[in-house]
Structures are given as C-alpha cells and as structure tokens.
Design a protein around this ligand. Structure first.
Ligand code: NAP
Ligand code: GLV
Length: 309
C-alpha cells in the first residue's frame, strides 16, 4: 500500500518511522515527492495544498492529522466519493485537556488580573476562591470536550457542557441544542469552545452569545478562529461583558502583524498550539485504519460530510 504524507507542521520522518514500525510493507511518499500518483492509495494530511487530493486518481481514503476537518472540507476539489477519517488519538486528547486546564486555572486564580496589576505596579491581593466556585462551560462534548470536562471536574471545578445531542457524564451538567443554550451560559465564569467549525457553528461566539453570559466572564477559544466574530469580542471586552479572552485559533493564521488582538491588554494569544498528535501515538490510529482499508473493513472516525464533522 502507498500513502502520501503532506503537512507543513508535522515531522514526516517521525511519522514515516512510526507508521512503518506498525506496517512494515507500507510505502510512504512525502509531498511533494509523489512519484506516480496513480499508485497512491491513501493520504495522511494536515492543510494539504488545494487540489492535491484531487490529483490522486486511485485515492481510497483521506486520514486527517487533525481532529478538525473544516479546512479539508472547504477544498472545492476534494473528491466527493473518498472517505475522510479524522484524528482521534490519546496524545491529542490529553494535550488539549491539559491546555484547557492551564487556562482555566489561570483565570480561576486571577492571573490575568495580576498581570494587569503588574503593569501598573499595583499590589492588591484577591483572596483565592474554592475551585467549585468557578463554573466552566465547555461548548462541544466530543472527544476533546468530553476529556477536558472530566479533567476539570477532577480538579474540583463546577463543569457544564453543551452539545447537539444530550450527553450523560457523571458530575457534569449536560445541556443540548439551541433550546438549552441560555441555561448553559447563564452562570459561567469561563467559557471554553471546543466545537468543530461547521455552517451551524461558524460565528457562534458573537455579541448575542456574550450578552447571555454573566458580566465579567472569560473566554477560551481552542477550536477554530471562524467560531469567533472578532469585532464582537473587542466590543465585549470594551464594555466589560467579557473580562478577558484566550485565543489559540484565528480566522487568518498566522495572525497578521498589525491585528488589534496582538496588543490588546485583555487578550492572550497562542499560535494554534493547544494540541497536536505525537507520531508514536497518532500512528496507532492511522495504522489501524490502513489495515482496515487493506482488508476492506469499515474505517474508524469517519467524517460525516453532511454535518461537517
Ligand atoms: P468531536 O469529537 O467531533 O466533538 C464535537 C462536539 O461538538 C460534539 O459533542 C458535538 O455534538 C458538538 N457539536 C457539533 N456541532 C454542534 C452544534 N451545532 N451545536 C452544539 N454542539 C455541537 O470533535 P473533537 O475531536 O472534540 O474536536 C473538536 C474541535 O477542536 C475540532 O473540530 C477542531 O476544530 C478543534 N481542535 C483544535 C486544536 C488546537 O490545537 N487548537 C486541536 C485539535 C482540535 P454531538 O456530540 O451531539 O455530535
Ligand atoms: C488542530 O487544530 C486539529 O484540528 O487537530
């Protein structure tokens, strides 16, 4: 079997090694060295160049190196009949939950406030609150949101989650659908977005939603830049509706040099760094799907193109 690997961010040598350890007769070709495209059975990709997948006439499956497939689905040349599988991998899940915990802890212990005080050489103690006094709401209770909710709960936070279909997770207040969005948002201290970017969720972090949060809530967007209406965030920070925001993802990445977010005193920026798959771990998922493809068995973690995730 021949697999093409294309990613600007992931290490092709480490991935090739990890995959061939599991499937010794697998041939891995690293983009742009495709050889004869007619020989390629599958593609393992993150942000592939538009048109690459359409140029592979024998392609039987696309494996995403990322959990989110919005950019793949946005390629108008994506072959319609080829199945797409997204990344579900313990190392990706663990690092996302860890990153979310880091930012919730930061807000819970008022580090954003202390950083602002430091700018003014101001010494003012804010007495610590118990963890359960911080109410964290997670939008998206899937692979990443579910694990994040459980980790936050284990740290003693009060945790709520929101998804399309109702979930039942011990200790977590689960809300579903538009009808329960108000009840989900009403008492949150921190809102964490871990939704996929779909036509339904694009722009969901907007002024109308911020108005349904308590005054002074904090926002952590770890999902996609397209979830956020940027000017509504700036207005909500200006009015005090939101006290602070942490953004890992942006409509345009890298975030352009002159963008107002860079210098905003109440926005923390990370460069789409929340979570990536380690090759030794993620290769297990991909190898299992390659074996299934070879044997004609059903693939795991198939994307439903209709719903967009
Ligand atoms: P997932 O397992 O597919 O879970 C998605 C969750 O969102 C599900 O609970 C789903 O509800 C819910 N959802 C989808 N559409 C919704 C809607 N319209 N209303 C309410 N809930 C909705 O996805 P995942 O693996 O957790 O990944 C989530 C996202 O994280 C990815 O799509 C990607 O954009 C982002 N991500 C970011 C980074 C980073 O480094 N910043 C890394 C990895 C992933 P149901 O359960 O009811 O279907
Ligand atoms: C990263 O953003 C991913 O979707 O895995």
């Amino acid at each position: 079997m021949v697999l093409v690997f294309a990613s600007p961010d992931d290490d092709p040598v480490a991935w090739t090694h990890a995959l061939r350890k599991r499937i010794p007769d697998l041939e891995v070709r690293v983009f742009p060295e495709l050889g004869d495209p007619r020989e390629i059975d599958a593609a393992l990709v993150w942000l592939p160049p538009p048109g690459l997948l359409a140029s592979l006439p024998a392609l039987r499956a696309v494996f995403s190196l990322g959990a989110g497939v919005d950019r793949l689905l946005a390629d108008p040349t994506l072959p319609v009949e080829v199945p797409i599988c997204r990344m579900v991998d313990p190392s990706l899940t663990r690092s996302m939950a860890e990153f979310a915990l880091l930012h919730v802890l930061r807000y819970h212990r008022d580090l954003d406030v202390y950083e602002a005080q430091q700018q003014r050489s101001e010494w003012r103690l804010l007495l610590p609150k118990p963890a359960e006094a911080t109410v964290v709401g997670i939008m998206g209770l899937g692979e990443l949101g579910g694990a994040t909710a459980r980790l936050l709960l284990a740290h003693g936070f009060t945790v709520k989650g929101w998804s399309r279909h109702r979930k039942a997770i011990d200790g977590i207040g689960c809300f579903a659908g538009e009808a329960e969005l108000d009840a989900f948002l009403a008492d949150l201290s921190v809102l964490v977005c871990l939704l996929p970017l779909t036509p339904e969720t694009r722009g969901i972090l907007n002024g109308d939603l911020f108005a349904r949060l308590p005054e002074g809530a904090r926002l952590v967007n770890l999902a996609r830049g397209g979830h956020l209406v940027e000017e509504d965030l700036l207005a909500a920070l200006e009015s005090g509706r939101l006290a602070h925001a942490t953004l890992d993802v942006f409509v345009q990445e890298p975030l352009p040099k002159g963008h107002p977010f860079w210098r905003h005193p109440r926005i923390t920026i990370t460069p789409h760094a929340a979570s990536y798959s380690l090759p030794e771990s993620g290769a297990e998922t991909v190898a299992e799907n390659l074996r299934r493809l070879r044997d004609g068995r059903p693939l795991l973690h198939l994307v439903d193109r209709g719903r967009g995730y």
